[in-house]
Design a protein around this ligand. Structure first.
Ligand SMILES: *[C@@H]1O[C@H](CO)[C@@H](O)[C@H](O)[C@H]1NC(C)=O
Ligand SMILES: *[C@@H]1O[C@H](CO)[C@@H](O)[C@H](O)[C@H]1NC(C)=O
Ligand SMILES: *[C@@H]1O[C@H](CO)[C@@H](O)[C@H](O)[C@H]1NC(C)=O
Ligand SMILES: *[C@@H]1O[C@H](CO)[C@@H](O)[C@H](O)[C@H]1NC(C)=O
Ligand SMILES: *[C@@H]1O[C@H](CO)[C@@H](O)[C@H](O)[C@H]1NC(C)=O
Ligand SMILES: *[C@@H]1O[C@H](CO)[C@@H](O)[C@H](O)[C@H]1NC(C)=O
Ligand SMILES: *[C@@H]1O[C@H](CO)[C@@H](O)[C@H](O)[C@H]1NC(C)=O
Ligand SMILES: *[C@@H]1O[C@H](CO)[C@@H](O)[C@H](O)[C@H]1NC(C)=O
Ligand SMILES: *[C@@H]1O[C@H](CO)[C@@H](O)[C@H](O)[C@H]1NC(C)=O
Ligand SMILES: *[C@@H]1O[C@H](CO)[C@@H](O)[C@H](O)[C@H]1NC(C)=O
Ligand SMILES: *[C@@H]1O[C@H](CO)[C@@H](O)[C@H](O)[C@H]1NC(C)=O
Ligand SMILES: *[C@@H]1O[C@H](CO)[C@@H](O)[C@H](O)[C@H]1NC(C)=O
Length: 500
């Protein structure tokens, strides 16, 4: 079994070059050998998926619960509009109740209210999704329309259940055209020869999603602040969105980093301004969402711990943003976090040992309580982006794990990994929150994409040692841009169409 499960390892130092490239390991050694083992694993996972705790799918529509005064009721599936995912059956009592209305008084009148559309508006904007359907991409528009209507529209469709299809009208911006892409994600600049990885779009099974229209998205973001909060995978997504949006702007000098920064890796905070739209797309570094801490060790030394009970420090700087997209995950696979010995702290208590999933759940609970207490649901849309898959084959990030020969996604679902237990923990935290959370459940869609990582094309100039054996130092964790995070942003856009 060990061969088929993930082996994780991660870095602690954001500034460390080599370490920053690699976060997580997956061993895909000898998949054929592992097949029998995998089957039982998958059977077990399916069993878990049908367990009572895992069967609801409150991803999109639990958003429409915004009555902060009726907290208790918002936990219930009735008020949360838990919609079935593709695997579970439809319960009619959980269908959208179109008689519900959402009143709201604006705290700051100059600010556009995000939440509070009534149901018919939302239904209408859902239908407009069909109108905005892409065409000329090999997809039958009428068929798509029918599909959307049949499935009761995008709103009820699990847009994360789908497949990657070739589409030559992609990518959304030309490779090498966006100066805001970090070297570490800029595979084109770093000499990656193949291109097919840029020409795949995500096709949900139950409906169609529109192609991301950057002009339209900027219009919807007008006057607003969108903030990504999380680790380098969220920075990956942030750079993708900035490039997609920038591509639609004619006068590029009207898109800039607010304080003139030109590199996007070493600082804790960045903000891109889109002047014509008076909006910003920001990134705030926070790999755990909770606070890294230090306590006195022996002999006057200090010892690093992680405060599971404290939200990270910069949280107050974005709590009033209009849209926040959180993530955390890969840093919980680091040796310290995964071993959990003398590392996790609550109050003055440092756990001698704590299971990483339990620690993750505690941290997210702290985060969820902070969101419930500090983020105003009438003003702010809160997203959580799920775990992004990695594809280190034949070793770990620091011991020769590879993905550089991959030029196609995984086709056989047998080789997909089970849904991570950390994400199951996240889902249980989400269900306990009163803030309606939008969950970008991208784990599985990324798991297909073994072809999307920078691998050896992670920098321009390799060191002597790297040059001798470039395959030993690969990034199979982050994503090339243009690439996979563009599709996450397309899913983000699809959801924003229903909200803004
Ligand atoms: C997220 O996707 C996984 C499949 O990858 C599924 O098992 C899980 O139930 C989904 N979660 C939600 C909340 O829809
Ligand atoms: C929202 O809260 C107010 C005040 O408690 C209550 O009167 C109203 O019925 C609630 N609305 C919904 C839709 O729950
Ligand atoms: C929808 O809401 C109305 C009024 O609140 C209620 O009478 C009706 O039973 C609800 N329908 C469902 C299916 O929940
Ligand atoms: C938020 O929205 C709810 C329901 O739409 C409303 O009852 C409440 O008064 C609003 N709160 C504020 C502070 O606007
Ligand atoms: C809330 O909405 C209902 C139905 O749309 C309306 O009758 C009521 O007057 C509204 N209340 C407030 C405070 O706006
Ligand atoms: C939906 O939009 C159309 C026009 O865009 C309008 O005529 C219709 O009344 C709307 N329906 C609802 C339920 O608001
Ligand atoms: C896309 O649709 C528009 C209007 O519906 C049409 O004018 C255009 O020719 C279509 N493009 C392709 C490539 O089919
Ligand atoms: C994109 O959105 C803009 C603004 O809403 C609109 O004018 C334009 O036609 C859209 N482009 C496409 C290809 O749909
Ligand atoms: C682009 O924007 C800058 C700054 O607003 C302005 O100085 C410049 O004239 C603009 N260029 C064009 C071609 O519009
Ligand atoms: C602490 O210092 C003492 C004396 O200098 C030394 O004997 C001991 O090994 C040190 N302990 C640790 C854990 O470094
Ligand atoms: C997937 O892979 C397994 C194991 O190699 C094989 O038995 C199965 O036939 C494959 N399925 C498809 C659809 O190719
Ligand atoms: C890589 O090396 C070339 C030639 O020495 C140099 O011009 C370039 O600036 C280097 N790039 C980076 C990112 O260091």
């Amino acid at each position: 079994m060990a061969d088929t499960t993930k082996h994780f390892q991660i870095h602690t130092n954001v500034l460390s070059d080599m370490k920053a490239f690699f976060s997580v390991i997956r061993t895909r050694r000898s998949v054929v050998f592992a097949y029998g083992c995998m089957l039982s694993f998958i059977a077990f996972t399916i069993f878990l998926a049908f367990n009572p705790n895992g069967s609801s799918s409150p991803w999109l529509n639990n958003f429409f619960t915004s009555n902060s005064t009726s907290e208790k009721s918002q936990y219930s599936s009735f008020f949360s509009y838990f919609f079935p995912n593709s695997q579970s059956s439809v319960d009619s009592t959980e269908e959208l109740n179109t008689t519900r209305s959402f009143n709201h008084s604006s705290e700051s009148p100059e600010r556009k209210e995000i939440v509070g559309r009534n149901q018919s508006d939302i239904l209408n904007s859902t239908h407009s999704l069909v109108k905005e359907e892409r065409n000329g991409t090999g997809k039958d528009l009428e068929k798509g329309k029918k599909e959307n209507l049949k499935t009761g529209s995008l709103k009820k469709c699990d847009i994360f259940d789908g497949k990657w299809v070739r589409d030559d009208s992609y990518p959304l911006y030309r490779e090498g055209s966006c100066s805001f892409i970090d070297e570490q994600y800029n595979c084109f600049l770093n000499g990656r020869p193949d291109r097919d990885y840029q020409k795949l779009r995500w096709q949900p099974n139950g409906c169609n999603i529109p192609r991301l229209n950057a002009t339209d998205m900027l219009e919807r973001l007008r006057g607003r602040r969108l903030v990504f909060v999380g680790d380098s995978l969220n920075r990956n997504m942030w750079e993708s969105l900035v490039c997609i949006l920038k591509n639609s702007i004619k006068n590029k000098t009207k898109v800039y980093e607010a304080s003139g920064k030109h590199e996007f890796r070493t600082q804790k905070f960045y903000s891109f301004v889109f002047e014509d739209y008076n909006c910003s797309v920001e990134f705030s570094w926070s790999p755990f969402l909770v606070q890294e801490w230090e306590i006195a060790g022996v002999n006057g030394t200090t010892k690093e711990t992680l405060r599971l009970d404290l939200i990270e420090k910069s949280s107050s700087s974005y709590k009033q943003a209009d849209i926040i997209i959180f993530n955390t995950g890969h840093w919980w696979t680091h040796e310290k976090t995964s071993k959990g010995k003398d590392y996790y702290q609550e109050g003055s208590h440092v756990y001698e040992e704590l299971n990483v999933v339990e620690a993750f759940r505690k941290a997210l609970t702290t985060w969820g309580r902070w969101v419930d207490a500090n983020v105003h649901p009438n003003r702010t849309l809160v997203f959580f982006r799920g775990y992004s898959a990695t594809h280190f084959s034949g070793g770990r990030w620091n011991s020769g794990g590879q993905c550089n020969t991959e030029t196609e996604p995984i086709k056989n679902e047998t080789y997909l990994e089970p849904y991570p237990s950390k994400m199951t923990a996240f889902e249980s935290v989400m269900r306990g929150m009163k803030t309606p959370l939008l969950y970008l459940n991208i784990t599985r869609m990324t798991d297909y994409r073994k072809d999307g990582h920078p691998s050896v094309y992670r920098k321009q100039n390799l060191t002597q040692e790297e040059r001798r054996s470039p395959e030993r130092f690969q990034d199979c964790s982050h994503w090339c841009l243009p690439g996979v995070p563009d599709a996450w942003n397309e899913l983000l856009y699809a959801q924003l169409l229903l909200m803004l």
